[in-house]
Design a protein around this ligand. Structure first.
Ligand code: GLN
Length: 455
């Protein structure tokens, strides 16, 4: 049924870069066999899933939205992919994304944009717009995204889906094509908070192949959903982040957010305002740290080991081949960030830019520590606006970056976050997301609160 739905609507939505009909059907048949014997491989056995193209999948193309990886078929599975397969989930295909996960609209994909199923002339968010659009358009019941600065939560918000960025290290990064190693985290994109919990429990947990993987067991997330769904949040302390609202936030987004806060109060939570004074510098710090790490990661695309190779005329040197390949293989946003990153890391500028940004990162972490000494969770709108029209911010990188204002602090601090649908904005009828943030390793709180407020 999902393959039929993809065939019917994906021409207009363009959520997928690659659909694996054969593999999905084969995996579904195997699941059928297990289920008919009453031996499910996991609670999600047989439930199909779409996977963001930045997660490697053995035998299936994995381009990360870039020309430079066009035609590359990985010889191995990411840990996330391995766990999906072991859990019996048929992989429907690979979803569209901004090139190397750089962007907030999926317009930086080398393979053309994804369209928001709510309004095809609008963006589905980014960088994981394909995963969110696939779920919103009923092409897939579940999807995997990755969140380095908001790429699971913001697409979730603007497509009316649930998106979770787990605690840094809670889900293995092995086989995730790195954007910024200290920020990247894979997580669920779903239609309900319960689905997200089931998926998170399946993909989470220690992996010796990722040196930053947490050794703690995954918290009891499904149980937390059950507790939250009962609608009683008494005893829970909720902090409204003063800095994540006001100027730059669309009125309809703020109105839905205010209603969500009322819902939390009605459920018995104690709501207070908290201040995180360094959040206003988080965006600037992120856009130095991220390009620095990315410029280093992208050095591996050297025309020798993966994908594309462009050989100029004449008698080119290895360097000529690398230059021609990287010139043709990387898009404008990727080049912009390589330039920013190599500049920020260069000797003489390192202390002024990268070093300063790292200090801000520590101050943001301290803001979280201080806030979480007072409250159990923090809340804010996920994104300052609803889905904007395609093309609107393409020529203005800074306004694109500003989409991430509310999501980036969590990545800098490694704390988990969820975006839960909270209705539509009055002015445009488009979805709005509520963001809930919790301390590191307290991902269960996101699910408790998410389940309590979900429509
Ligand atoms: N918009 C952010 C960026 O462009 C999102 C990155 C991400 O989460 N992958 O860097």
């Amino acid at each position: 049924a999902h393959l039929d739905r993809i065939a019917a609507v994906d021409g207009a939505v363009h959520a997928f870069l690659h659909v694996d009909e054969h593999g999905a059907i084969e995996a579904a048949r195997a699941a059928d066999d297990r289920l008919s014997k009453g031996e499910p491989a996991s609670p999600l056995d047989g439930v199909p899933i779409a996977v963001k193209d930045v997660i490697v999948t053995r035998g299936l193309p994995s381009t990360a939205g870039s020309r430079i990886l066009e035609g590359w078929v990985p010889p191995y599975d990411a840990t996330v992919t391995e766990r999906l397969r072991a859990g019996g989930l048929p992989i429907l295909g690979k979803t569209n994304m901004d090139e190397f996960a750089m962007g907030s609209s999926t317009e930086h994909s080398a393979y053309g944009p994804t369209h928001n199923p709510w309004d095809l002339d609008r963006i589905p968010g980014g960088s994981g717009g394909g995963s969110a659009a696939a779920v919103a358009a009923f092409e897939a019941p579940l999807a995997i995204g990755t969140d380095t600065g908001g790429s699971i939560r913001q697409p979730g918000a603007v497509t009316g889906t649930v998106g979770v960025k787990p605690t840094y290290g809670a889900v293995s990064r092995y086989g995730l094509i790195a954007l910024a190693n200290s920020l990247d985290q894979a997580g669920p994109v779903t239609r309900t908070v319960l689905d997200a919990a089931l998926l998170h429990e399946l993909i989470g947990g220690h992996d010796p192949r990722d040196s930053t993987s947490l050794t703690d067991p995954v918290p009891a997330l499904v149980e937390a959903v059950r507790a939250g769904a009962a609608g009683d949040l008494s005893g829970l302390r909720v902090g409204v982040v003063k800095e994540l609202g006001g100027e730059g936030f669309q009125p309809g987004v703020e109105a839905r957010f205010a209603e969500s806060v009322e819902l939390l109060r009605d459920a018995g939570a104690e709501v207070v305002e908290v201040s995180c004074p360094h959040f206003e510098h988080a965006l600037a710090a992120y856009y130095l740290i991220l390009p620095s790490e990315a410029s280093s990661n992208l050095a591996r695309f050297d025309a020798m080991r993966y994908g594309l190779r462009v050989t100029p005329e004449g008698d080119p040197s290895a360097e000529d081949v690398m230059r021609a390949t990287r010139d043709a293989g990387f898009g404008d946003e990727v080049k912009r960030r390589i330039i920013l990153g190599t500049y920020a890391l260069s000797s003489g500028y390192y202390d002024a830019y990268y070093g300063q940004a790292q200090k801000i990162r520590t101050l943001v972490q301290r803001d979280f520590d201080a806030a979480f000494a007072e409250v159990d969770v923090l809340v804010s709108p996920t994104s300052p606006t609803t889905a904007f029209p395609l093309g609107d911010k393409l020529s203005d990188p800074i306004s694109m970056y500003r989409q991430d204002i509310a999501t980036i602090p969590a990545n800098l601090a490694g704390v988990p976050g969820i975006s839960v649908p909270s209705g539509v904005a009055d002015e445009d009828g488009l979805p709005v997301g509520l963001q809930v943030l919790a301390p590191q390793r307290a991902d269960d709180r996101l699910y408790r609160v998410g389940a309590a407020v979900e429509a």
